[in-house]
Ligand binder design. Structure first.
Ligand SMILES: NC(=O)c1ccc[n+]([C@@H]2O[C@H](COP(=O)([O-])OP(=O)(O)OC[C@H]3O[C@@H](n4cnc5c(N)ncnc54)[C@H](OP(=O)(O)O)[C@@H]3O)[C@@H](O)[C@H]2O)c1
Length: 214
């Protein structure tokens, strides 16, 4: 059993990870600005703002594992990378691994090919900043952290999210920075969470970019 703090633990990806981790008997704390309408049993909810460093520090202190499940949207859009820099710094200070829910745009469609983020011409312009902020975490920010910080950046398949929920199949495929799923199929939050918590429990990836698809 580990003490797992999920920052953004009430969102689409975060709540699935919280559900999976709690079901496996981990002691889970979920941090978000609002409390969920339907709390998950045996989960501690902390209502707080991740833009406040003291709040983050209190949530990370005492955890064995920190999960980042924030999204670069709304008020966080312009400070997303800064908030993750603070989270990374606090996790490093505490000596705990940081697992981050990432985006698919930082993946490559094939070995040696450009990453999806290199060509956003078919993506609506209003999503470009969000996509670029998410990709910058893994392309620039995490590799530049002190080597004492243990991080794993977990991209989902391209088709993932509240608008395309998908069903729980009870399985997933794990890859590196080359998308395991380039056929347009979606991975559900439940199966992504299955793979995510397996990564946490196995602890065999370090300062690594991985992806989960069906
Ligand atoms: N195919 C893809 O590549 C794909 C698709 C979807 C998502 N993603 C990525 O997955 C990650 C998570 O996305 P998501 O869709 O799960 O996000 P989401 O549903 O919007 O959840 C965001 C979570 O963060 C919390 N939050 C937001 N601002 C906060 C703040 N200032 N302080 C504390 N908590 C805050 C939210 O709760 P409150 O609002 O109550 O604070 C919520 O719990 C993102 O990086 C996103 O880019 C990738």
């Amino acid at each position: 059993m580990s003490r797992i703090t999920v920052i953004g633990g009430t969102g689409y990806a975060g709540s699935a990870i919280v559900t999976e981790a709690a079901a496996r008997g981990h002691r889970v704390t979920a941090l978000s600005r609002s409390l969920p309408g339907t709390p998950i049993p045996n989960v501690s909810y902390v209502q707080s703002d991740a833009t406040n460093a003291a709040t983050l520090s209190a949530a990370i202190e005492g955890a064995d594992i920190v999960v980042g499940a924030l999204a670069p949207r709304g008020p966080l859009a312009h400070i997303f990378r800064e908030v993750y820099r603070t989270i990374a710094c606090l996790a490093d200070t505490e000596g705990v691994p940081l697992y981050v829910v990432g985006g698919a745009s930082s993946l490559r469609p094939a070995p040696g090919a450009d990453r999806f983020v290199a060509d956003l011409s078919r993506i609506p312009a209003e999503l470009h900043n969000e996509i670029r902020a998410g990709a910058a975490l893994i392309l620039e920010d995490f590799p530049a952290t002190p080597t004492t910080l243990d991080w794993v950046f977990v991209s989902p398949a391209l088709r993932f999210g509240a608008r395309m929920p998908g069903e729980r199949l009870g399985r997933y495929r794990l890859g590196d920075d080359v998308a395991v799923q380039s056929d347009g199929g979606a991975i559900s939050a439940a199966d992504y969470a299955l793979g995510f918590v397996d990564l946490i429990e196995k602890g065999d990836h370090h300062r690594a970019h991985v992806n989960l698809g069906h």
